[in-house]
Design a protein around this ligand. Structure first.
Ligand code: SF4
Length: 344
């Protein structure tokens, strides 16, 4: 993988260097945000356009080029495309599918802070994502109400400082790595000054959808922190892991980061034994342990991805026949109010 550090360009008089944003930020800014453009680039015919527009009106489309190039042109069943292509079905109400399926609004004691489980807290480090996944349980999340100012971050940090039972800070979003390295380095610097915090966890899809995100600036602050580092990737299909993703994972591991993966079981994406087995094998080749396989959170707009509990159990039982135990992810559901994920 070619990684790029911030580059310094010269002005015409070549006296003052001008900083240029890192390559990943340009890729993020250039992501496809127009459903018609997505259909055109993937060679989908006119039948797909009205549904794509209807879904986009509910939750905007966002697909970076680096992810798009891993899709098969002309194939509406492509497992990567299925995750990001808006469909008319998203507008159809389904019983039990709601805006806040995990009832996170009830666990938000301070701006940008979600405290659901003992011993760890989740910080909304960025409201943005590099890709908008159609099944996302936070597709209706009020990010505008949870974007803290610097002063509000200080209040959140005070909350953590005052609770010695908290051992782990989880950076989430959106995608925490959509924040700049300057912002993240500041936040992590403040977190590591809290003596009872021992672990830093990041839940991110960015090293997968834009592998150039794992650049020198990121590895600098991540490699230096005293906190133990766990990075939980979110990969749903083996085709997501190309050579650039493998190289990004290798750089993270070299910086002392433990890599885990969590997937969501999605109809039409990975709901077969072979697809899940290939995913586990490919993850392990990239140095990532397949940790969780979540059943879908019942978020409004995503019912067409649902796989029944019986089928989910059958699939994982099939995986146990094919793979060593450490490559079989734990099949879980998140239930609002429960103290941890619930095994199925
Ligand atoms: S939070 Fe994760 S699952 Fe949701 S849209 Fe962003 S990257 Fe996708």
């Amino acid at each position: 993988m070619i990684t790029r550090s911030p580059i310094l360009l010269q002005r015409h008089d070549e006296t003052e260097p001008l900083p240029v944003p890192p390559a990943w930020q340009a890729q993020l800014a250039g992501a496809i945000r127009d459903p018609a453009e997505l259909c055109r680039r993937l060679g989908l015919d006119a039948r797909w356009h009205p549904g794509a527009e209807a879904g986009h009106a509910l939750f905007e489309v966002r697909v970076p080029e680096a992810f798009l190039v891993r899709m098969r042109p002309g194939d509406p069943t492509d497992p990567l495309l299925r995750q990001v292509l808006p469909l008319g079905e998203e507008a159809v109400p389904a019983p039990g599918f709601v805006a806040d399926p995990l009832q996170e609004a009830a666990h938000t004691p301070a701006r940008g802070l979600i405290h659901k489980y003992d011993g760890r807290v989740l910080l909304i480090a960025s409201p943005a994502c590099a890709v908008n996944c159609r099944y996302c349980f936070r597709r209706h999340f009020p990010y505008g109400d949870n974007a803290p100012s610097r002063a509000q971050w200080e209040a959140t940090l005070d909350t953590l400082r005052d609770d010695p039972t908290i051992r782990e800070a989880i950076l989430s979003g959106g995608d925490p790595l959509a924040a700049s390295d300057r912002q993240l380095a500041w936040l992590v610097n403040r977190l590591e000054a809290i003596p009872h915090l021992t672990r830093l966890r990041l839940h991110t899809r960015l090293p997968v959808v834009i592998p150039d995100r794992v650049d020198d600036a990121l590895l600098d602050w991540l490699g230096k922190t005293r906190l133990q580092k766990v990075l939980v990737l979110h990969v749903n299909h083996a085709n997501e892991i190309d050579d650039a993703v493998v190289a990004a994972c290798a750089r993270l591991k070299a910086a002392g980061v433990t890599l885990l993966n969590q997937s969501v079981l999605l109809r039409g994406v990975n709901d077969s034994r072979d697809a899940l087995a290939a995913l586990s094998e490919r993850l392990f080749e990239a140095g990532v342990l397949p940790y969780y396989l979540h059943v879908l959170d019942p978020v409004a707009g995503a019912a067409h991805f649902d796989v029944s509990d019986d089928q989910a159990r059958e699939l994982v039982a099939g995986l146990r026949d094919m793979l060593p135990g450490f490559l079989v992810p734990r099949l879980v559901r998140e239930i609002p109010g429960e103290g941890s994920k619930t095994p199925l």
